[in-house]
Design a protein. Structure first.
Length: 150
């Protein structure tokens, strides 16, 4: 049922590129086993739920909480994380704070490679890490999400 609903949310896009659908039953099963998914896949579920990523955070500062749900104004677009922008803002903050990648990684709770890899990521990073990064940046996730026309 979830696959059908998310498929219908991007009906025009699905008609034009049938093999482009980002969800599969195995992805949903693996997500439930891991308790995490990629930040790109999470946007599909958040769009379906009409919620923002921050709406699931516990104890997050209200100034950083985006209450704006993820919407697509048309059926030919999908929300996507702009990982290069996330990397650029993260790197600028790192330089401003005069920190090494190792220090930033320690503060966020990941490896330096997970952070530097955002600049060249072909697909995505996991949603939990993406949200730890935006919290560290003290920026709403909506600053790094756009509607892609594929």
């Amino acid at each position: 049922m979830l696959l059908l609903i998310t498929w219908l949310m991007a009906a025009e896009l699905n008609r034009s590129r049938v093999r482009d659908h980002p969800l599969s039953p195995s992805m949903i099963i693996n997500m439930s086993k891991r308790g995490n998914t990629t930040c790109q896949h999470a946007l599909i579920f958040l769009q379906w739920l009409g919620r923002s990523p921050e709406s699931f955070l516990l104890g997050a500062s209200s100034k950083n909480r985006s209450k704006t749900p993820i919407h697509s104004p048309s059926t030919d677009r999908r929300p996507r994380w702009h990982l290069c922008r996330l990397y650029a803002v993260l790197n600028a903050r790192r330089q401003e704070q005069q920190m090494t990648w190792a220090q930033v990684a320690q503060a966020i709770g990941c490896s330096p490679n997970q952070l530097t890899g955002l600049n060249t990521a072909r697909y995505a990073t996991n949603m939990m890490l993406a949200m730890r990064i935006v919290q560290w940046l003290e920026r709403p996730s909506s600053n790094f999400i756009y509607l892609a026309k594929w």
